[in-house]
Design a protein around this ligand. Structure first.
Ligand code: PLP
Length: 453
């Protein structure tokens, strides 16, 4: 029986990423408030937010400094755009700060409101740049199977998950997907991580050659794949991939929408994964999700091409009403100030050994095939047979069942493609809360096992 609020919900809302048919029976979990790593539903039940919302509320809930930063900016100048030569202080300062923090040389910053918009923009900038450079055929973008880059037409095309393509008539032309760097599932018998990485670089090279290097413009990758199931590539993967990209003059885009700002224990995931991208997309933890804001961090060579092309055409014809929104920019600036002042990334590094140990221990559970992760993000893959790695019938919805049990246990986690349960708590989670998270998840796994047999 749905509550009044749930009934009104299903009569009025189309929910993203939801089975709209089953939701009509179950109704949504309606949350009302949050503090620290905890959120409370409308009945006052607390849940440990083990996913930081959607991999984003890095500083947790109830951060008054962020609230104040938004209120102050709203009072002063709630909106002005940065089109056609206008600007404002928060956007300028935030761009400066991002340039200063960047793990690779960055010349300019373009603001968006989301990760999808950032990756959409990346694709357009690469096309625009290659037109400016007189190589109009060099336009294809290579992504990877199981990648997640967003849901707009271009970014959903880059996403390498069938669920984002089926019946949406995607991907669009000119997007290709190479092998996912998932050793557990895709390694050949006896193949080391190193050999697997070498093979994946060879796969990429073969794809570039098959397409024709003159037609391949860019390669995009998340340092650690998130929504595809938290896939951590082998240690030597990115250096090997980078060598192939350099050989064929293919632009390298890092999608740091999840890994940006401390998630892997470093400011950017590129650093932790020895990735040397040309440009970077960020969003989510940029403002700890208190405001919708994303950015594309652009290298000098690309900026020079944009400059030339806009001189030729009379304008750089791209921009969102909310590009560099002053309230979002002010909140992002405050977020970055807090990361710095409170040594948030250093503190994440201190928590990783405990998180790693609790994560790894889950591999002893009869349902868990692989408990993978890096930093404070993890993917727990459920299997029917640990020895053969046989998967459950997807119709059983094992990971979704585990997530439902976790919710009953007062823990919010998510299930993603391939029966993986994902964990990505706010960076400010305490050691005691890390234990609480894994204790609750273990109880949920036990209940899933009881349910399955
Ligand atoms: N890129 C990555 C790596 C993401 O995880 C996401 C969202 O989860 C996106 C892009 C898309 O971001 P948004 O949902 O803000 O459009």
């Amino acid at each position: 029986m749905l509550t009044n609020l749930q009934a009104r919900d299903v009569e009025t809302l189309v929910h993203p990423y939801t089975n709209l048919a089953t939701l009509r029976d179950t109704g949504p979990l309606i949350l009302e408030r949050g503090q620290g790593v905890w959120v409370h539903d409308v009945d006052g039940k607390p849940y440990l937010e083990g996913m930081a919302g959607l991999w984003c509320t890095a500083l947790g809930y109830g951060n008054e400094e962020l609230v104040e930063a938004a209120a102050t900016q709203m009072r002063k100048l709630p909106f002005t755009h940065i089109f056609g030569g206008k600007s404002h202080d928060p956007a300028i300062e935030l761009a400066e700060k991002l340039k200063e923090m960047a793990p690779v040389p960055i010349s300019k910053v373009f603001f968006t409101s989301s990760g999808s918009e950032a990756n959409d923009t990346q694709m357009k900038l690469v096309w625009y740049m290659n037109n400016a450079l007189g190589r109009p055929n060099k336009k294809k973008i290579i992504s990877r199977v199981r990648a997640y880059h967003g849901v707009t037409i271009a970014s959903a095309s880059l996403t390498g998950l069938a669920g984002n393509h089926n019946d949406f008539d995607l991907p669009i032309a000119g997007v290709r997907h190479t092998t996912s760097p998932h050793h557990y599932r895709l390694a050949l018998p006896g193949e080391s991580e190193e050999a697997f990485a070498t093979r994946l670089a060879a796969d990429l090279e073969a794809l570039i050659l098959a397409e024709g290097p003159d037609t391949v413009a860019a390669f995009i990758a998340e340092p650690v794949m998130g929504a595809g199931g938290v896939i951590v590539p082998p240690r030597t993967y990115y250096p090997k991939i980078k060598a192939v990209l350099e050989k064929y003059d293919v632009f390298f885009i890092a999608d740091e929408v999840i890994t940006g700002f401390g998630r892997l224990g470093t400011a950017f995931g590129s650093e932790a994964m020895e990735m040397k991208p040309d440009s970077i997309s960020v969003a989510k933890a940029l403002s700890s999700a208190y405001q919708p804001i994303g950015a594309v961090m652009i290298p000098e060579a690309m900026y020079q091409a944009l400059l030339e092309e806009s001189r030729k055409l009379g304008s750089f014809g791209h921009g969102f009403t909310y590009s560099g929104h002053p309230v979002a920019a002010a909140v992002a600036l405050k977020t970055l100030e807090i990361y710095d002042r409170e040594n948030v990334f250093e503190r994440v590094r201190a928590k990783i050994p405990q998180f790693d140990a609790r994560r790894a221990a889950l591999e002893d559970h009869p349902l868990v095939g692989e408990a993978r992760g890096k930093g404070l993000v993890a993917g727990i893959e459920l299997v029917a047979d640990k020895k053969t790695k046989a998967q459950f019938d997807p119709k059983l919805g094992m990971a979704a069942k585990c997530v439902a049990f976790a919710q009953e246990e007062g823990l919010i986690v998510r299930s993603v493609f391939g029966d993986a349960v994902t964990i990505c708590p706010p960076l400010v989670i305490s050691p005691a809360e890390i234990d609480e998270l894994f204790d609750r998840l273990t109880r949920a796994l036990d209940r899933t096992l009881d349910w399955a047999v």
